[in-house]
Structure formats: structure tokens, C-alpha cells
Ligand binder design. Structure first.
Ligand code: FAD
Length: 176
């Protein structure tokens, strides 16, 4: 059996010329041989649909605190974007797990991905490196996120994001 995670590769157009053959394989398992037993299952709605977002603003451990993470929500709000986060940001309680991007989160390919205070560990890049355009904001010019970014800003996100918001909202301040 082979499985591929949703969103990991572009969906090809269906080719009706290709036909599969269904082969029945009786497994012959019964409740006595199965090592696992389903005790309870529960479905809940995700709080965010990252896959549908054209723009994602994502924050990482570099955001520094849950209060600072409001900057990520503010930038996302003025761009009409969804909010994402690294696993470190989730583990630190800055943002809910539904927002996690990466190997153990959601794989995304938005038109624009803005990574703020995210180092760009391989497990994070696995979930966002296929984005059409990537902007990274990081104080460390050697951060691996810059290796996949199309645009980079080396700086403190606490200074950079308010300036970006000002420019987007008013069209002013680009030179300040
Ligand atoms: C099995 C496994 C699965 C994993 N799955 C995932 C996954 O799905 N998604 C995921 O993201 N990670 C995942 N990880 C964790 C991953 O390895 C990294 O630990 C994590 O991505 C790091 O998150 P981060 O970049 O936010 O934090 P850090 O690596 O701590 O990086 C913080 C960055 O912020 C920068 N910074 C600090 N202060 C500022 C500032 N004021 N302004 C701007 N920049 C600043 C720093 O220079 C640094 O680059 C997984 C790990 C394992 C082992």
C-alpha cells in the first residue's frame, strides 16, 4: 500500500485513458488477531483552512511571546491572509496546532508565504518550500529559511512587521 499526504505534490489532471484493476485480497483478519482495538474516535473541525489560503503569514519561536504573536495576526489581517506557525511556536503556546505548517503539520503551497522568526528547519521547509513566493524575516542572515526564500529581510520582526503594516495600510513609510 502506498499513501501520499494531501498537498505534497501538485494534483495532475485526471487521465481517463489510465485504467486500474481492482484485485480482491481477502485479508482474513478477525478481532482476535488484530493487535489494535478502536476504543473511541472523534472528529472536530479545523480552526483554519491553510490549504485554501492564497497568502499565509507564519510565525516561529523568534516571535518571542504570545503577545508579540498579535503582530502575525495583524499582518495577516491587513493582507487577508491565514495565520501559520512553526512547531516551536505551537509548542510554546503562541498559536494552536491547527496552524502548524510542516512535516507534522499542514503542507501548503500558497501564492505568498511570509515566514517571520522561523529558522527554516527541514521539517518546516517540507511543508512550505513549494510556495510560489516566500518572504522571510529573520535577524540571522545565515538562517536556513533564506535558502528557500525569494525575498529576505534581515531584521527584528518587532520592527519590520509594524513598518510593513504601515506601508500596506497607508502606502506611506516605505522609506522611514
Ligand atoms: C519528527 C519531527 C517533526 C517536526 N515537524 C515539524 C513541523 O511540522 N513544523 C515545524 O515547523 N517544525 C517541525 N519540527 C521541529 C523543527 O525541527 C524545528 O525545531 C522548528 O521548526 C523550529 O521552529 P522555529 O523556526 O520557529 O524556531 P527556531 O529554530 O528556534 O528559530 C527561531 C528563529 O527566529 C529568529 N529570530 C529570533 N528573534 C527574532 C526576531 N526578533 N526577529 C526575527 N527573527 C528572529 C532566529 O534567528 C531563528 O532563526 C519537527 C521536528 C521533528 C524532530
Amino acid at each position: 500500500m502506498a499513501t501520499v499526504r494531501e498537498g505534497v505534490m501538485p494534483m495532475p489532471a485526471p487521465d481517463p485513458a489510465r485504467q486500474g484493476q481492482v484485485i480482491d485480497c481477502p485479508a482474513g483478519l478477525d478481532g482476535l488477531v488484530l493487535p489494535l482495538r478502536l476504543v473511541h474516535s472523534e472528529r472536530r473541525r479545523r480552526k483554519v483552512n491553510l490549504k485554501a489560503a492564497r497568502i499565509i503569514v507564519a510565525g516561529g519561536a523568534g516571535v518571542g511571546s504570545k503577545e508579540n504573536f498579535q503582530l502575525i495576526w495583524d499582518l495577516a489581517s491587513c493582507l487577508g491572509a491565514a495565520v501559520g506557525g512553526s512547531r516551536a511556536a505551537v509548542d510554546l503556546g503562541y498559536v494552536d496546532h491547527d496552524h502548524q505548517v510542516g512535516q507534522t503539520g499542514t503542507t501548503v503551497r500558497p501564492a505568498l508565504y511570509i515566514a517571520c522568526g522561523i529558522s527554516g528547519a527541514v521539517q518546516h521547509r517540507a511543508g512550505m518550500s513549494e510556495s510560489a513566493r516566500i518572504l522571510a524575516i529573520n535577524t540571522d542572515r545565515e538562517a536556513p529559511i533564506f535558502s528557500v526564500a525569494h525575498y529576505g529581510i534581515v531584521g527584528d520582526l518587532k520592527e519590520v512587521i509594524p513598518r510593513l503594516i504601515k506601508v500596506i495600510r497607508t502606502g506611506a513609510g516605505a522609506k522611514t
